[in-house]
Ligand binder design. Structure first.
Ligand SMILES: C[S@@+](CC[C@H](N)C(=O)[O-])C[C@H]1O[C@@H](n2cnc3c(N)ncnc32)[C@H](O)[C@@H]1O
Length: 260
């Protein structure tokens, strides 16, 4: 059910070849909501394929009127088998797109921009891709300046982007070493720290969280200005990483920080 007037396939005779050319360097947007968020937050979308263009546009009419026309201009319909052959795992909305990964220099400039009006979240050597995606989604929701990871996990890994629902384009996501962290006071979250309820977290803070397995690294501890604890009964060892980020960003926002 293609609409020739709005169908990029009309201009590009082989959308599958175009997909295969772009895929190695591009960010995979998996499903309707990932494409919706990416378009909404200014991603450069290279190609978007769906096995159900009419269904996607009905969803856009219901849930994303602001980007409906932009999505209609991007989406090319292909047979379901073609769509499924191009993605690791078909999505229930039978839609996938490829977008340009934002440049590192741009991200570094956004992370270092002063005065900073919302914190940067630092995940110190995270291991779990799902946690990292959930944190990107939280950072986008709270209007954080960015999410930085240290260590080996790529915060643009397809599983992280899937967990982030396309919201990588709403905040600056980059991997750095501890030495490369942008300026600003580091508030490192640790159960042995000072109770967060007695603190006001400043807008220019770097909010740092340790890895799921071993907590904060010695390098991050050395860079920390404050150790901060979330309220927790003594018998409980720790909270999940992403829920710790959620509580901390909520605490920051409760004092009046973004979102508006
Ligand atoms: C799953 S925990 C790490 C547990 C790890 N076994 C350890 O030794 O710390 C992941 C991160 O969440 C944050 N976190 C979890 N519970 C916390 C709490 N009660 N107070 C402050 N931070 C906490 C810390 O940054 C911690 O490094």
């Amino acid at each position: 059910m293609t609409d020739a007037a709005h169908d990029p396939a009309a201009a590009s005779p082989d959308p599958v070849a175009a997909w295969r050319r772009a895929a190695p360097d591009a960010v995979l947007l998996d499903g309707f909501h990932a494409l919706k968020h990416a378009v909404r937050f200014g991603a450069e979308v290279l190609t978007a394929l769906t096995a159900d263009r009419a269904g996607a546009l009905t969803l856009a009419d219901e849930l994303a009127e602001d980007v409906r026309d932009a999505m209609a201009a991007l989406l090319t319909e292909v047979p379901y088998g073609t769509y499924a052959s191009l993605v690791p795992r078909p999505h229930p909305t039978a839609l996938a797109a490829l977008a340009v990964r934002p440049g590192r220099a741009d991200n570094l400039a956004r992370l270092a921009h002063a005065p900073r009006t919302a914190p940067v979240v630092v995940l110190d050597q995270p291991r779990n891709l799902g946690n990292a995606g959930a944190v990107v989604r939280l950072a986008a929701g709270f209007g954080a300046t960015g999410v930085v990871t240290t260590g080996t996990l790529d915060p643009w890994h397809p599983t992280v982007v899937r967990g982030g629902a396309g919201l990588h384009f709403a905040t600056a996501v980059e991997r750095l070493t501890v030495d490369e962290l942008p300026p600003g006071p580091v508030f490192a979250l640790d159960p042995e720290g000072e109770d967060i309820r007695s603190l006001k977290l400043p807008d220019d803070a770097l909010l740092a969280f340790g890895s799921e397995r071993s907590g904060l690294s010695p390098e991050l501890r050395a860079r920390a200005d404050h150790l901060v604890a979330l309220p927790m009964r003594p018998q409980v060892s720790s909270y999940n990483l992403a829920t710790s980020v959620a509580m901390t960003l909520y605490h920051w926002s409760a004092a009046g920080g973004a979102p508006s």
